[in-house]
Structures are given as structure tokens and as C-alpha cells.
Design a protein around this ligand. Structure first.
Ligand code: FES
Ligand code: FES
Length: 157
């Protein structure tokens, strides 16, 4: 099937088998390997992307479901000149990652949260990130990062 959608602010057209998962199309057909696959059972959140601005787990969707819609992956967060998105900068500055495997999904979930709630409390961040698993950090610095990133995003808007 041919599908057309917006990917990281650019129009794309892809031929894809109807059974292809969105995560696989992003990684294998489009070479956007920043979207990670950690579990295949919709638990870890490493594959989280934004679909029409809302965080979704791309391993749980068929690629054809994004026809006519807008997809943002972690590759679409930074500016064209390489300037990090405020949430990426906050993760860097607050040591919100160790191995980095969970980080793309954490970032996409965090951006969605910050767009909905410009000043999330620690409890709200922890609750929001329940669907994103990190095996390294113990979450403390991730929570700090999300709160800091949301604050900067909110100042800008
Ligand atoms: Fe999608 Fe784990 S790979 S939730
Ligand atoms: Fe390693 Fe989160 S930083 S899994």
C-alpha cells in the first residue's frame, strides 16, 4: 500500500505492506533508528513517537494507520542546525540518561506531557512516565530533566 504522511515536518510517501508495524517502517524503511524497540509487547515505551502531537507506542500501530497524519520521531526534535530541543537539552544538563536506550521514548513522552501540562509536578511526571521503562537511571534524574525541560518549553511559548 502507498501511504502519505508528514514525517518530522516533511511530506513523505512510502510503499508499505499492510501488516508492517509503524516502528519497523520507521527503523527499517526510513532508517530512523532513533526509535528503539525494547520489548515488542507494548510495555517499555522505547518506541514512543508523536502522532498528531500525542505520544504513542509505535510498536502497537500499523504503519498504514499514519496515512494522512503527522509523525514526529526523536530525529525531528532538534533544529535543522543541530540546536537541541529544550527537552533534549534538559536531559543532557540534568544527567537524565545513562545508556540512552530508553531516552528517545522518554523524550517524546516528555514533550507530549509538557505540551499538555506546562508545569508538571514530580508526581505528575512520574505518573505520566509509567509507560516508559528505564533500566539504568532509577528515574530521579529523568524526572528532574522533564520538569526542567517543561519549564523551558513553557517560557518559550
Ligand atoms: Fe514498543 Fe516496547 S517496543 S513499548
Ligand atoms: Fe539506560 Fe534508560 S538510560 S535504559
Amino acid at each position: 500500500m502507498k501511504i502519505e504522511f508528514t514525517l518530522n515536518a516533511k511530506p513523505v510517501s512510502v510503499d508499505v505492506a499492510p501488516s508492517t508495524r509503524l516502528a519497523d517502517m520507521l527503523r527499517e524503511t526510513l532508517s530512523l533508528t532513533g526509535t528503539h524497540i525494547g520489548c515488542d509487547t507494548v510495555q517499555c515505551g522505547a518506541c514512543t513517537i508523536l502522532l498528531d502531537g500525542e505520544a504513542v507506542k509505535s510498536c502497537s500501530l500499523l504503519a498504514v494507520a499514519v496515512d494522512g497524519r503527522s509523525v514526529t520521531t526523536v530525529e525531528g526534535l532538534a533544529e535543522a542546525d543541530g540546536t537541541l530541543h529544550p527537552m533534549q537539552a534538559a536531559f543532557r544538563d540534568n544527567h537524565g540518561l545513562q545508556c540512552g536506550f530508553c531516552t528517545p521514548g522518554m523524550l517524546m513522552s516528555a514533550v507530549d506531557l509538557a505540551n499538555r501540562n506546562p508545569d508538571p509536578s514530580e508526581a505528575e511526571v512520574r505518573g505520566w512516565l509509567e509507560g516508559n521503562i528505564c533500566r539504568c537511571t532509577g528515574y530521579q534524574n529523568i524526572v528532574k530533566s522533564v520538569m526542567a525541560g517543561a519549564a523551558v518549553m513553557n517560557q518559550r511559548s
